[in-house]
Ligand binder design. Structure first.
Ligand SMILES: Cc1cc2nc3c(=O)[nH]c(=O)nc-3n(C[C@H](O)[C@H](O)[C@H](O)COP(=O)(O)OP(=O)(O)OC[C@H]3O[C@@H](n4cnc5c(N)ncnc54)[C@H](O)[C@@H]3O)c2cc1C
Length: 533
């Protein structure tokens, strides 16, 4: 009996001390989380100061960082809302995602990669290339991840920008490079009943890899650049694939092949050979494809005939052929490249539907004719919000002027796409009218990184409070640019994301990439009003 009582006492003691330990652990946890919360709260109020801030760590932001370092400017930070560099190529991981400009051209001219495995590389390889480049050029210490900028305000007296991040942190700098990308935030269509659908639904730009498509009935909404890569990549895996097409694209064959070992070792041994190869691709895109796509001339008919032949050769069924043949001039919308899109549409389990989407039900899509299209998975291939001609967040410049108001009605307007009137010491990469329709974006953004860092060096070395583009310089530049638009294919009478609500093009440059790059070669301070510190 005595033993039993002693055991009970010992057990009670043990349990009491266990409880006490648990209580202590809970208290420790609570105090730790209070500490974390306090830390977070104090981090919320944190303010950091730099000479220069770059917002965005995609191809453009990384390029800007490299150019700053090359000019001896070290006191800068690259603020990125995600957890890694890469931008487009970090976020887009859908099946078949690859570039549609050959990799040897769609890469930095100063950091040629002899090891591309395909002529048009996939997203993972491009993402790794951007990571490697950031590492090689010593950008890691400058990168700040998880920083999403929501507002920027210029202090005229101090000649400083304050960038406000989500969560309350502030970043102050004398100059800002906005490298937030043009096609970065997915555009979700607003259909009725979106929340009713019981299956899986996601956007191509945020592909849900947890969803296994094997044997499933899938509906893909849209037939743009992403869709034409997804469709052939999943057609054999899914049970049934319904492609919802509003407007068919013009699609030309894509000469995508693996790159042989001999070519890689040639480029490794003789980098000059790779330079020649790169320049040959550039010359072809600028000399032949560019004029055909950009200008609205009778020569377009030749290119259109080739694209039509591509449809006729690949699509055997007459009804399908009619459905996928565009009724607008080639070049008016983005010309796409694929050699496996049309063959995929021929497959028995793939259907092209031209009825629009009216809404969603529990089981699938409600089409414009009232019918219900059942689906296990709905993929939105509906493109992106166009950031090129819109300010990415609230930007308040001189005299408390918001850039949104400056651009409202007239559309995005910036000198050489980089400097907006009334927004001093602020430079856009891939800003208004600097996108291409025919070649690599990087020809433009490389030129911009060089121009912008020249301008920033001017501000820092001459200790200027600020510089801001002269209104007359910007107005005359913009007027000439818009006059040229009337000769382009983009205004030949179709609807596209190139045009704004007034039918004006504030996204693309109406000329060749080399013309743009040459025009942005030299920063000229005389084109800017300056204010001494
Ligand atoms: C699927 C796809 C394929 C493409 N293929 C080609 C091609 O073959 N050839 C071609 O020339 N172009 C192509 N493009 C265009 C492509 O976007 C550009 O070539 C290039 O990647 C743009 O780089 P960027 O750095 O300017 O922008 P992004 O790559 O978009 O990077 C912008 C970065 O800014 C960050 N960011 C945005 N807002 C904020 C904020 N408020 N605060 C902090 N960080 C922010 C984003 O997270 C992102 O990392 C393609 C685009 C897509 C979507």
């Amino acid at each position: 009996m005595a033993d039993a009582a002693a055991n009970k006492k010992a057990a009670r003691k043990k349990s009491a001390s266990k409880k006490a330990a648990q209580k202590k652990a809970v208290q420790r946890k609570a105090s730790a989380s209070k500490k974390t919360a306090r830390k977070k709260a104090s981090r919320k109020a944190a303010t950091q100061r730099f000479d220069v801030l770059v917002v965005g760590a995609g191809f453009s932001g990384v390029n800007a960082g490299i150019c700053l370092k090359q000019r001896g400017i070290e006191n800068f930070a690259i603020l990125e809302r995600a957890g890694d560099v890469g931008g487009t190529w970090r976020d887009n991981t859908y099946p078949g995602c690859a570039c549609d400009v050959p990799s040897h051209l769609y890469s930095y001219s100063f950091e040629q990669n002899p090891n591309w495995t395909r002529s048009y590389s996939g997203y993972a390889e491009i993402h790794q290339y951007i990571r490697d480049t950031a590492q090689k050029y010593g950008l890691r210490p400058h990168l700040r991840f998880g920083v999403s900028i929501e507002k920027a305000e210029f202090d005229e007296q101090a000649g400083e920008w304050t960038l406000y991040a989500e969560g309350g942190d502030r970043y102050i700098a004398r100059a800002v490079v906005s490298a937030v990308g043009g096609l970065v935030d997915p555009s979700w269509p607003q259909f009725d009943g979106m929340d009713q659908f019981k299956g899986d639904i996601f956007h191509t730009a945020r592909w849900n890899h947890d969803v296994d498509l094997t044997g499933k009935t899938v509906a893909i909404v849209g037939t743009g650049a992403s869709a034409i890569q997804v469709v052939p990549s999943i057609a054999d895996k899914v049970g049934e694939l319904n492609v919802i097409q509003r407007t068919p694209p013009w699609v030309l064959p894509k000469p995508d092949t693996p790159i042989g070992g001999w070519m890689k070792s040639l480029f490794r041994k003789f980098p000059v050979a790779q330079k020649v190869f790169r320049n040959a691709i550039l010359a072809l895109s600028e000399g032949v494809f560019g004029p055909l796509v950009i200008l609205d001339t009778p020569l377009d008919k030749g290119l259109q005939k080739i694209a039509k032949f591509n449809i006729d050769r690949n699509v055997k069924d007459k009804t399908l052929r009619e459905k996928v043949t565009p009724d607008y001039d080639i070049g008016c919308k983005r010309v796409l490249f694929s050699s496996d899109y049309y063959p995929a549409l021929n497959k028995d389990n793939v259907n092209v539907l031209t009825e629009g989407v009216k809404g969603l039900s529990e089981k699938g899509l409600i089409l414009s004719d009232g019918s219900e299209l059942e689906a296990d998975v709905v993929v939105m291939a509906t493109g992106f919000k166009i950031n090129i001609s819109e300010p990415p967040f609230e930007i308040v410049g001189l005299n408390q002027q918001r850039i949104k108001d400056l651009w409202s009605g007239a559309g995005g307007k910036a000198y050489k796409g980089m400097a907006s009137y009334g927004v001093p010491n602020w430079f856009f990469m891939l800003g208004p009218n600097t996108g291409p329709g025919h070649t690599s974006v990087l020809i433009y953004t490389e030129a911009q990184a060089k121009y912008i860092t020249q301008a920033i060096q001017e501000i820092l070395s001459k200790n200027l409070k600020y510089l801001t583009v002269k209104k007359s310089v910007l107005d005359s530049y913009h007027k000439k640019l818009q006059q040229r638009m009337q000769y382009t294919s983009w205004t030949s009478g179709c609807q596209s994301w190139y045009l704004d609500e007034y039918g004006e093009n504030h996204t693309l440059f109406p000329g060749l990439a080399t013309e743009y790059a040459l025009s942005a070669r030299q920063f000229d301070v005389d084109e800017y009003d300056t204010e001494a510190a």
